[in-house]
Design a binder for this molecule. Structure first.
Ligand SMILES: [Zn+2]
Length: 399
């Protein structure tokens, strides 16, 4: 892997099709498509966007995209990368006919607790690098495989070395030591564990699901986190209908994640919260558990803001590939290729309440993915093909 300095200026020209996510910049509705485009990157930011024929000259470097497509770097707003071990055996068993239950998380908890800091750090670095090679330039990362005060705090510290988008998920499942005292565990998550973790996180999350935390417990956890300055996000309505989505909207959470089993009232709530609470869909989870996919079309038609992310974790969705999720979302969830691309970039940025990423506009961070294809549609049209040919992260080219 090599990189070049992000402090100089670079003209990226010869872009056959540029997705800006800036409707005023081009055609194609929300994608703001510019044909035969160029971008100037300066000091890690986008300094100029427009037709190649009108591009400024005199930059330190010139990169010729040779007619290929450029899209904003993917914003993966949901992942669980601080873990040790893997769950190959569980996946193999499930693909042989057994269904997924939330309890499998405890296998990873045992392995994660037993790992050293260096092992966990190396694991996170590996998966962040893996995602970056596939075009992901912003990646949210949760704790949730420690479930003790020390192990959760450690997970957040390690995550924070690799991303600014760190989420406290002490409420992933009830810790095994509290199997007979879930109320005691909620007290810990909202008490001493929160005290230790709040300084290291931006977000607080809870797995609101049968077998994990019910609506009242989730409300207590999110409210306590919010009082400590953490903004809520919710694992909601993944395995069954439940109170997660309504709670997310009511508490002003940045996202309700999964949204697989929704009532009409849930869809209406997400539509009314469009722009504040994003519906984040995670098709890697349904793919890897042979479950029914969320209905993106229903949410989009109702007016909800939809993000698309990987949920990368060793149990239920062991993919770091946003292009894979785009292809599945188009094939299985009723999204158009344009909608899927938008959701994996601008949608992810909205779910993280970021305006500096997920778009290619003057002043935005220079996060770009060059595709070995003439348009972004190929991400769905050519599933499984490694189309990401180059990535710039804050103006630094990773190749
Ligand atoms: Zn998750």
């Amino acid at each position: 892997m090599t990189s070049t300095s992000g402090t100089s200026s670079t003209l990226i020209t010869g872009i056959g099709s540029l997705v800006t996510n800036d409707p005023s910049a081009g055609s194609g509705g929300p994608l703001g498509l510019v044909a035969d485009a160029a971008v100037v990157v300066e000091h890690g930011r986008i300094a100029w966007v427009g037709p190649a024929a009108a591009a400024p000259t005199g930059t330190d470097q010139v990169f010729d995209a040779a007619g290929r497509a450029v899209v904003p770097g993917f914003v993966d707003s949901h992942s669980h990368l601080v873990f040790a071990g893997d769950r190959t055996a569980e996946f193999n068993a499930r693909m042989s006919g057994r269904s997924y239950t939330a309890g499998g998380i405890r296998t990873t908890v045992a392995a994660t607790r037993a790992a050293t800091d260096a092992e966990l750090d190396a694991n996170v670095a590996r998966y962040v690098r893996e995602a970056l090679r596939q075009g992901t330039t912003v990646l949210e990362c949760k704790s949730g495989y420690g479930l003790t005060v020390g192990d959760e705090e450690r997970a957040l510290r390690i995550a924070g070395r690799h991303t600014d988008e760190v989420t406290y998920l002490g409420a992933h499942v009830v810790a095994p030591e509290y199997a007979d005292d879930p109320a005691g565990y909620v007290d810990l998550v909202t008490g001493a564990m929160l005290d230790a973790c709040a300084p290291h996180a931006r977000w607080v999350d809870v797995f609101c699901e049968r077998g994990a935390f019910d609506g009242d417990q989730a409300r207590a956890i999110l409210t306590a986190g919010a009082k400590r300055g953490l903004t809520p996000r919710v694992h909601a309505n993944q395995l069954t209908e439940g109170p997660g989505v309504q709670l997310a909207v009511e508490l002003g959470a940045a996202s309700a994640d999964h949204c697989t089993h929704l009532t009409d009232a849930d869809v209406a709530a997400l539509a009314s919260a469009s722009g504040s609470t994003v519906a984040t869909l995670l098709p890697g989870a349904e793919f890897s558990t042979r479950a029914v996919y969320p209905d993106a079309r229903r949410l989009l038609d109702a007016g909800a803001t939809v993000a698309l992310s990987t949920d990368c974790n060793p149990g239920s969705s062991f993919t770091s590939s946003v292009p894979f999720c785009i292809a599945v979302a188009v094939r299985e969830m009723g999204m158009t290729p344009d909608e899927a691309l938008w959701s994996a970039t601008a949608g992810g940025a909205a779910a993280l309440r970021r305006t500096d990423v997920g778009r290619v506009a003057v002043g935005a961070r220079a996060d770009l993915a060059l595709l070995d294809a003439p348009s972004h549609v190929h991400l769905a049209y050519r599933p499984g093909v490694p189309l990401v040919a180059a990535v710039w992260s804050a103006g630094v080219r990773i190749s």
